[in-house]
Design a protein around this ligand. Sequence first.
Ligand code: HEC
Ligand code: HEC
Ligand code: HEC
Length: 117
Amino acid sequence: MLVHGRIGKEVREVRLIGLVLGLVVTVALIGNAFAVSSGKTVEYSGGSAGKVVFDGKAHAEKGSKCGDCHTKIYPMKKGEGIKMADMNAGKSCGACHNGEKVFKTSDPANCNKCHKK
Ligand code: HEC
Ligand code: HEC
Ligand code: HEC
């Protein structure tokens, strides 16, 4: 009886691990399906400089991972808008677009890499 009970417990534990792994994979797949990185874009009006389209696919192709941006730079939802001054101070897009990692936001030669009229 005792041995039998222990085996039953192990079987349950194995099943539980399988269930947890299954959930992790499912969540990862759903996450990707709705991810900004997999073909989704986020649009900003961009004021007088013209609209900005953030392309998740372009960023994924350049090696950006979800965790590079979420959630230390951005929450996982479209926000109130982003200010140029913050970017030039190294926040938001400027956390990477700072002239060290990637083309910087404050250089007039780069405005139209993001802004399209
Ligand atoms: C290079 C930066 C970057 C990477 C990498 C990135 N995202 Fe995002 N994500 C953003 C930005 C910017 C927004 C919009 C935030 C805002 O407007 O405040 C956003 C928004 C989102 C949203 C909300 C979309 C909406 O319309 O509300 C989801 C969901 C999301 N990201 C998931 C992901 C997942 C999952 C990954 C990885 C597969 C990922 N993101 C990778 C920058 C990134
Ligand atoms: C985690 C770092 C990171 C963040 C945050 C980030 N980018 Fe980028 N971005 C990159 C990298 C890396 C490239 C590729 C640069 C290259 O190839 O020279 C890139 C390229 C781009 C390009 C040119 C490629 C293309 O065709 O789309 C645009 C436009 C752009 N980013 C806009 C934005 C905007 C707008 C934001 C903020 C909403 C942002 N990025 C935030 C890392 C980042
Ligand atoms: C990495 C991409 C990127 C680059 C490079 C960039 N911007 Fe922006 N800019 C944005 C984003 C994103 C917004 C936010 C748009 C929104 O919320 O509607 C913005 C907003 C603005 C606004 C609206 C008002 C404000 O202050 O936020 C102005 C004006 C502006 N940019 C001018 C410029 C000029 C001028 C340059 C070049 C010197 C430049 N931008 C370079 C991404 C960029």
